[in-house]
Design a protein around this ligand. Structure first.
Ligand code: FAD
Length: 349
């Protein structure tokens, strides 16, 4: 498995259940990928996925029935809408109807719990190792690291990373794989789906916000500069020291694209200008601010799983993730794609 994001964890779980010996290679020192939480000055913020809406998936079943639920919380406060004039409007009833889950100490608790669960069932994890190339030798697939040293050999590989990165990996590997030219056709298919960038801006304030009837605001339209604003401290009391409020803004695709390489100072300054019409000048001077840059945040469209993983071209290397499922860019859908990858590869190796 390349990647310990939620789709890789799903595939690892399913393959382990089917009786395979599974190793997960992850470039970071921790699991989760875009399910990410960070700590700033004693405050915990979800700088990747904001919440889980697993509905009736096997992920929900795992979360409720097999993992530790002592830190699992339902976010019961509403998400109101904002319009282009920065007016706060009532929530969208459809959007609010589904249950949103989070964890007391950050959403990265979920991938950590799943990793521990999988380790206990024999899945091997190798953190801090980047796969730079896949080569085929003596009937096996060999994963190589950035120093072109061998990491592991396997009968098959699941590549569970964002599609543009999967395309780069397969492209770098093509010459070392059977049917190289056909592999490049698969690369072309993966490249059809672009991912949007997202700038996440986190702000800390030395005061409490007044009681509000919502905890987050969602833009009516994705073209707005501000896409999402959450008062992170309203998710749980564990998220910040007493008397501190934290806010997290996810900036819209256009804003994020054009400001992606600008300095933190400029990005924070522009974000504060977006907040001012709604919250007033008091919020113009945070005691700290931090910017997280997601180059491949969420897919803009999807390519069908079967098209990305044709049986006739390199069937033992299966790609999965949120760009291979309609409505992607969601944790529970990335999970489902990982399960599909495991079921598919199990019929091919
Ligand atoms: C800012 C933001 C907000 C979001 N909000 C929500 C939300 O509120 N609700 C929701 O459901 N979804 C949300 N999403 C989407 C959701 O986070 C993703 O759809 C999902 O987490 C994707 O999981 P994945 O496993 O497919 O990919 P990833 O999470 O990207 O996992 C890929 C993993 O592979 C690793 N990796 C990459 N390349 C290599 C390599 N060469 N070698 C080894 N390891 C490698 C990465 O480090 C990473 O851990 C959000 C995403 C972002 C970025």
């Amino acid at each position: 498995m390349v990647g310990a994001g939620i789709s890789g964890l799903a595939a690892a779980k399913k393959l382990a259940e089917l009786g395979y010996s599974v190793s997960v290679i992850e470039m970071e020192t921790f699991p989760g990928g875009r399910i990410s939480s960070c700590e700033i000055e004693g405050c915990i913020l979800d700088d990747g996925a904001q919440y889980f809406k697993p509905e009736s998936s096997t992920l929900l079943d795992l979360m409720l029935n097999e993992l530790d639920t002592s830190e699992l919380i339902k976010i019961d406060k509403t998400v109101n809408l904002i319009n282009n004039a920065h007016q706060i409007l009532p929530p969208d009833p459809d959007y609010s109807a589904e249950t949103r889950y989070s964890y007391l100490n950050g959403n990265s608790t979920l991938p950590s719990l799943i990793t521990e669960y999988l380790k206990a069932r024999g899945v091997n994890f190798l953190f801090g190792t980047t796969v730079s190339c896949i080569q085929h030798s003596e009937g096996l697939f060999e994963l190589l690291d950035m120093q072109i040293s061998s990491i592991i050999k396997a009968d098959g590989v699941v590549v569970s990373i964002p599609l543009p990165q999967a395309a780069n990996l397969l492209s770098a590997s093509a010459i070392h794989l059977p049917a190289s030219m056909d592999v490049l056709d698969r690369v072309k298919t993966l490249r059809q789906i672009e991912y949007r960038q997202c700038l996440t801006v986190m702000l800390g304030y030395p005061f409490m916000v007044p009681m509000l009837n919502y905890y987050a605001l969602l833009a009516e339209d994705k073209s707005y500069s501000l896409l999402w604003l959450a008062i992170e401290t309203m998710k749980s009391s564990h998220r910040a020291p007493e008397g501190v409020t934290t806010m997290l803004a996810q900036m819209g695709p256009r804003f994020s694209k054009y400001s992606f390489l600008e300095s933190d100072e400029l990005v924070v300054g522009r974000t504060l200008l977006e907040l001012e019409p709604m919250f007033g000048y008091t919020f113009n001077k945070p005691m700290w601010a931090s910017v997280k840059r997601w180059r491949d945040s969420q897919p803009m469209g999807y390519v069908r799983f079967a098209e990305a993983n044709p049986e006739e071209i390199l069937p033992e290397v299966v790609v999965c993730g949120d760009g291979l499922i309609k409505g992607g860019g969601k944790v529970h859908l990335a999970w489902e794609s990982g399960i599909e990858a495991a079921n598919t590869i199990s019929t091919r190796i």
